[in-house]
Design a protein around this ligand. Sequence first.
Ligand code: SAH
Ligand code: DHB
Ligand code: MG
Length: 224
Amino acid sequence: MTVDQSRWTAIDEYFSDQLHGDDPALEAALAASDEAGLPQINVAPNQGKLLMLLALMTGAKRVLEVGTLGGYSTIWLARGIPAGGHVDTLEIDAEHAAVAGRNLREAGLQDRVEVHVGRASETLEDFVRREVEPYDLVFLDADKASLPDYLEAALRLSRPGTVIVADNVVRRGEVINAETTDPNVIGVRRYMDELRDNPRLESTAIQTVGSKGWDGLAITVVKG
Ligand code: SAH
Ligand code: DHB
Ligand code: MG
């Protein structure tokens, strides 16, 4: 038996068909993102649904996402919060943000999501300065080089019990290359060091294979 990308993709399709059903809003969001020429680096459907489930499991009302792209993961996150909840999602690229805004409107979620255009570090600094209410769930999925900075900001916007998820922490295995010169991998490795060294944090990381290849997620809860 060969285990390869086509098998990983087929199994993702099987799980999605079995457990997610047809989802016109998400399919339309991906089609519109493709149409606009956005890169296909959104989370896989089962990873998106995991985000929704994490929001449901934690009872999240306030969600922070760093890295919107076309709003695919944003739609999943927004579906996991109750009416009256709120998602702040941060995107540097105005074109990506415009596509996301349209996709969120089409999905009927515009009332509970705000897309903030700009460098995430600056938007986060603004949130800290304005002392916004702490977030219940944070999804870090923008440039990986800045992950340690995003973690620091996320912690200033957290409370005990806040869950922080970081995407793409395996990078096709490069994460264990201590000699790497790739700034994204260096960012992931520094993020892992922070998770290890900060006594306020309890974390693990999971490798994933599937329609999006070989990668992984780090999951953290902020302790009291
Ligand atoms: N979360 C999305 C995928 C995000 S892809 C999904 O799964 O559907 C990463 C996004 O982060 C891209 O749209 C990119 O433009 C954005 N990004 C990269 N650097 C950024 C920065 N410094 N500040 C804010 N957004 C950034
Ligand atoms: C890339 C970014 C992502 O967030 C992702 O899930 C996959 C790939 C990238 O920048 O290549
Ligand atoms: Mg990602």
